[in-house]
Design a protein around this ligand. Sequence first.
Ligand SMILES: NC(=O)C1=CN([C@@H]2O[C@H](COP(=O)(O)OP(=O)(O)OC[C@H]3O[C@@H](n4cnc5c(N)ncnc54)[C@H](OP(=O)(O)O)[C@@H]3O)[C@@H](O)[C@H]2O)C=CC1
Ligand SMILES: CC(=O)[C@@H](O)[C@H](O)COP(=O)(O)O
Ligand SMILES: [Mn+2]
Length: 381
Amino acid sequence: MKFISLLGATGSIGTQTLDIIRKNPDHYGLVAMTAGKNIELTRKIIAEFAPQFVSVQEKADCEQLQSEFPRTTLAYGVDGLIEAAVHHKADFVLNAVMGSVGLEPTLMAIEAGKTIGLANKETLVTAGHIVMEAAKRKQVSILPVDSEHSAIFQCLNGERTGTVSRLILTASGGSFRDLTRKELEQVTLQQALAHPNWSMGSKITIDSATMMNKGLEVIEAFWLFGIPYDQIEVVLHRESIIHSMVEYHDSSVIAQLGSPDMRVPIQYALSFPERLPLQAGESLDLVKIGKLHFEEMDTERFPCLRFAYEAGKIGGSMPTVLNAANEVAVNQFLNGKISFLMIENLIEKALTHHQNIKYPDLRTIREVDSETRNYVHSLSL
Ligand SMILES: NC(=O)C1=CN([C@@H]2O[C@H](COP(=O)(O)OP(=O)(O)OC[C@H]3O[C@@H](n4cnc5c(N)ncnc54)[C@H](OP(=O)(O)O)[C@@H]3O)[C@@H](O)[C@H]2O)C=CC1
Ligand SMILES: CC(=O)[C@@H](O)[C@H](O)COP(=O)(O)O
Ligand SMILES: [Mn+2]
């Protein structure tokens, strides 16, 4: 039996994780959870799973829920996220919050010796060197939940990374993969939120549309697998059937395939090193699919992927800036304050404005993150 602390239980990854826990009561129990502002869903989750500890974003919501659930321990804010991440009964922390607010709980969970299932890619983009150093020092496993990284992890299957010549990440291309630059000037929020293959939270869906998602994933792969950027490639694959590939130095390429269903990588992280049957999973029918397509990524039309490679290769505090600028810009777009193409524009300005700091410690990361957010806000007013 594994006892799970689930950060971001009310989100897309969070609710799919709950579905796996619900269907496997002999394997998993929910001991702690966090939510943001979706209090209605939080109520339902507490009523169904009876976790011992629950944290929400706002103090007022925490007090309200405490009066409704006197036997549950309630908390709020970043402190509450951290408390959930180090809960004494949890053996496994699944981090499915959105954004770099997930960084501190990840670090604290590592210090507490918990096994981590990491969906929250912003954590590794913001401070990959700090997270990976802590995980190594504490001998804690960080198991990927992101579909491409789970695919690579499965393709590696314990092989030494010294035998790897390339990681090949697949990208669906997102909502606007076939649009021209001219057409991108006119796109709406509603169109951007219509991902062709995956149903996900709004921030990552916009990241897919700008293709920044793939940029964040390149940096995530660099930290998780320790492969140099020159050996991490991205190929556009519109069907999202091959979730990623590993090429070995004998030219063998191993791919992981499956119908697009995030419950597969979530469950694999939870059950690793075992595999459990996926309840109500869709079997892959390659004959029905017929053809798989592969195309070159177009970084002229979608420069965010290029920004991410550049920031990743420079290293230091640049990836922190990339992530923070992206979070603010996407939020502004989601709130109808800026156009789609302003997202890349603001990120480029933030990267150009920043004086890189080599080997930033956690305090410096926090400062750079905050300064970048303020700078991008000031530009988009
Ligand atoms: N969705 C997917 O298929 C995939 C997602 N990922 C990654 O997983 C992470 C989660 O994505 P997804 O589930 O789509 O996102 P959602 O937006 O659907 O969910 C985010 C979760 O985080 C909570 N949250 C947001 N902001 C805060 C905050 N400031 N403090 C505390 N909690 C907060 C939300 O709470 P509430 O809703 O209650 O406000 C919600 O529970 C992201 O990093 C994403 O890139 C990676 C691969 C695939
Ligand atoms: C499901 C998942 O892992 C997402 O990150 C997905 O890959 C997004 O699709 P894109 O390939 O369009 O970025
Ligand atoms: Mn992904």
